[in-house]
Design a protein around this ligand. Structure first.
Ligand code: ZN
Length: 238
């Protein structure tokens, strides 16, 4: 009889444990399944993006008097990093200070090529969803051309798609009454585009020798607008 009661108690105890563990496991599942939903509210959650501010250090890029391309590239690069990070992306910058990257490899005797190879290495090692290389253009002749132009390499179909999405967004910028021209995307024979294994484009954000572009590119608010449109273009692409 005593043994029987204890068996019954043991049976009830086992049932309780089984039910309790079931509740705990289902709660655990709920916690696990709800957590990503909360964090994926950020549209770039889980995405890896390399931002490459062109030039740096000894290599100032294009210039006009004391306005240097390398500085504009870095300023816009930081703004772009901040925005993309806020939207959930893991952002890797090829440089975060006024420095060239040629010391990072010995692949070529040419300093400029070593710098470019280092940027390609950063892209390929991080396996990003995409990369954006930031530059400022210079054009000696007096054509009417101005504004941002997105360059791509057509060895991957995605490159053209990404370029197209970014260019559309950049062409729609209007700042202080200045409208962008309807610039088309261009195929570009650039080292970084030719040698990166992941989708990406090179954005020439404007012409440093054109007065309007120079005025725009040195304005914080315009730089911010550029990054917002690049971000929107990235969302259109993804
Ligand atoms: Zn450049």
């Amino acid at each position: 009889m005593i043994l029987l009661i204890e068996k019954e108690k043991l049976f009830i105890l086992c049932c309780c444990c089984f039910i309790l563990s079931g509740i705990v496991f289902s709660m655990k599942d709920r916690i696990i399944t709800t957590m990503p939903i909360t964090s994926s509210n950020k549209p770039l959650q889980g995405r890896i993006i390399v931002v490459d501010p062109g030039h740096g250090g000894i290599d100032k890029g294009s210039s006009y008097e004391n306005i240097l391309e390398k500085d504009i590239n870095l300023k816009v690069g930081f703004k772009l990093k901040e925005l993309l990070t806020r939207q959930g992306a893991r952002v890797i910058m090829t440089r975060q200070s006024d420095t060239a990257l040629d010391h990072q490899n010995q692949t070529y005797s040419n300093r400029h090529k070593r710098d470019l190879q280092a940027r390609v290495d950063i892209i390929n090692q991080n396996q990003p969803d995409l990369f954006i290389s930031l530059h400022v253009n210079y054009f000696g002749r007096k054509f009417r051309i101005r504004g941002p132009i997105v360059f791509y390499q057509d060895h991957k179909a995605e490159n053209r798609v990404l370029a197209d999405k970014l260019q559309t967004r950049l062409n729609s910028i209007e700042y202080e009454g200045i409208e962008m021209l309807n610039n088309p995307i261009r195929k570009g024979d650039y080292f970084i585009l030719n040698n990166s294994k992941y989708p990406g484009v090179l954005v020439e954000m404007g012409f440093i020798n054109k007065e309007i572009d120079r005025w725009l590119l040195t304005h914080q608010q315009f730089q911010k607008l550029l990054t917002q449109q690049i971000y929107r273009g990235i969302l259109d692409y993804l």
